[in-house]
Structure formats: structure tokens, C-alpha cells
Design a protein around this ligand. Structure first.
Ligand code: AMP
Ligand code: ZN
Ligand code: FE
Ligand code: FE
Length: 284
């Protein structure tokens, strides 16, 4: 059976692998399709698609927007959108600059707390022009021995309500859904199992999402079953993916390919994207 992992990060955001390395590993795992869904950036997509041609993997253009709701954050995935469209690129440009300023402010707060870290150290471990995020800071904190692991970095310093936390660019889920659709793409609610409040799921449905991520590394068996029932009832596409960031999970393996969906889901996404653009899937 042909399988797809539809939630993956590269070093163009907070992942560790280059798009080409990711696609190469996906081909070794026998995946037929993958989606590159970096946080707030599309910069890994062209290299990913090129590598896909080389290694025989269908690489789907994707994104993961980090949006804000009252009680925290909510992630919206987008698939098959026009990643060169002006509204998309304008928004991404604003978010990228805001992320740079935010990480600088967080580093400043850490320095005020007495930690010897600098913004140039963050840049030195990030890919050129990457969409910077808290995991980049976490890596430096671990490297310098201030914390033993990521969890401690988030619990002590950079998690919400922690001393060095600075808010991200404010983006409402509705805006993310709108920009994905305006680029002809399919918006999908990411890992709803992590939501602090079920009401947000209904808010996203009202906003116009066309799929929900039923299968995800953080979901329990029961959450997955409930989400699948909901997706079927509401005719939303049940997507899924590992959310691999390129680092090994607790068994020392990459998460890549550990959560997959049948290839039919890829076809449904593509078909829906064509419908969003008013084009026929069968005429291309
Ligand atoms: P940012 O977009 O900069 O706010 O960073 C959010 C990213 O940090 C998430 O997408 C996760 O990859 C990671 N993250 C958030 N909370 C934690 C945590 N408690 N432990 C490890 N990673 C986390
Ligand atoms: Zn991430
Ligand atoms: Fe996420
Ligand atoms: Fe993710």
C-alpha cells in the first residue's frame, strides 16, 4: 500500500535535516509521498520538490502556521497552495521579521537572567535565513549545559509564562485559513489532540478548514478514534503525519514515516485544492 507522511519539518524552520536529506530518508523508508510543512515558511519546498524528482517521492507543498488563541497556540497546516502567491509571501515576510526580533528579545531576557548566550550563537546553528523558533534557543541552552534537555528548556526558560518568553507575531486561525485558501490550498487543523479547549476545533471548522489531522505522534489511540469519527461525520479530510523534526525519538529512530496515511488522502487533498481553484482534477 502506498503511504504518505504529511507533517514534516526541515532546517528551513526548526528541523535538523535539509529538505534533500529528508526526502532521501523518506525514499529509503518507502514513502510514496511526503509534505514539507515548515513553521511559517515555504523556503524548503523548491529543494524538496527537486529532491523528490531525484528520489521518486511525491513532495507536496505544505506549511504549518502557528496561530494564537486566548489559551495558547493553535497550528494550521496548509497543503497544495500556491507558495509563490503574493498574499502568502507578504504574510510570511512579516512573520519572519517578527520571529527574528522575538528571538533577539528572548536572548536578551536570558542574558538579563545571567545566561551567557548570544543571538549570533542562535544564528550559527540555524540554516541561513531560517524561520527562527524557540527550539533554536533550546538547542543552545542544552549545548551550553544550562538545561539537560528540551523539556527543561521550555519548563524553566522559554515556555509560555516563563521568564524569557516573548509572544510571537499575532496571527488568528481565521487569517491562516484565509491565506491558505486564497492561495488555492487546503487548510487543515494540526494535531487537535493538543488543544486546550475543544471549542477551538469548532472555531476552525467555522473558519473553513477542510481537513483535520487525525493521525499524529502525540495523539492517543482514543483521540485518534474520536477525531476520525468527527472527520467522517463532517466530511473533513482525515490527514496525518509524524511531525518529525529530524531528531531521533526516544527509541533512537527518526519519527519520519512512523505516522502515515494511505495515498488516497493525498489524492483527496489534491482534488480539494483543484476544486478550491475552480479547476477540474481530471483535466490536468
Ligand atoms: P515557536 O514557534 O518559536 O513558538 O516554537 C514552537 C515550537 O517549539 C513547536 O512547534 C514545537 O516544535 C516546539 N515546542 C513547543 N513546546 C515544546 C516543549 N514543551 N518541548 C519541546 N518542544 C516544544
Ligand atoms: Zn517545530
Ligand atoms: Fe505543530
Ligand atoms: Fe509541526
Amino acid at each position: 500500500m502506498k503511504k504518505a507522511d504529511l507533517h514534516l519539518h526541515t532546517n528551513k524552520s526548526d528541523g535538523l535535516l535539509t529538505p534533500e536529506e529528508l526526502v532521501f530518508r523518506a525514499s529509503k523508508q518507502g514513502l510514496s509521498a511526503i509534505a514539507i510543512t515548515d513553521h511559517d515558511t515555504v523556503e524548503g519546498i523548491p529543494a524538496g520538490i527537486e529532491a523528490g524528482r531525484k528520489y521518486g517521492v511525491n513532495v507536496i507543498p505544505g506549511i504549518e502556521f502557528n496561530t494564537n488563541v486566548d489559551n495558547g497556540e493553535l497550528h494550521i497546516l496548509g497543503y497544495y497552495f500556491d507558495y509563490s502567491s503574493k498574499p502568502v509571501l507578504d504574510l510570511l515576510h512579516r512573520i519572519k521579521n517578527a520571529r527574528l526580533d522575538r528571538i533577539k528579545s528572548m536572548v536578551e531576557k536570558l542574558r538579563e537572567a545571567g545566561l551567557d548566550i548570544s543571538f549570533s550563537q542562535i544564528l550559527s546553528i540555524a540554516e541561513n535565513d531560517a524561520s527562527l523558533g524557540r527550539p533554536h534557543i533550546a538547542r543552545i541552552l542544552v549545548e551550553k549545559g544550562y538545561v539537560s534537555d528540551f523539556r527543561q528548556a521550555f519548563d524553566r526558560y522559554i515556555g509560555v509564562h516563563c521568564p524569557a518568553y516573548v509572544e510571537r507575531y499575532k496571527l488568528e486561525p481565521e487569517k491562516a485559513v484565509h491565506v491558505i485558501k486564497s492561495g488555492g490550498g487546503v487548510p487543515v487543523l494540526a494535531h487537535p489532540g493538543n488543544l486546550s479547549d475543544k471549542g477551538y476545533l469548532y472555531r476552525c471548522i467555522k473558519a473553513g478548514i477542510q481537513g483535520i489531522e487525525v493521525y499524529h505522534s502525540n495523539h492517543t489511540y482514543q483521540q485518534t478514534a474520536e477525531l476520525l469519527t468527527l472527520a467522517n461525520k463532517l466530511h473533513l479530510i482525515p490527514t496525518g503525519g509524524s511531525d518529525c523534526h529530524g531528531d531521533p525519538d526516544c527509541y533512537g529512530e527518526l519519527l519520519l514515516g512512523q505516522i502515515t496515511v494511505p495515498y488516497e488522502v493525498v489524492i483527496r487533498l489534491r482534488e480539494t485544492a483543484f476544486k478550491n481553484r475552480g479547476e477540474s482534477f481530471f483535466n490536468v
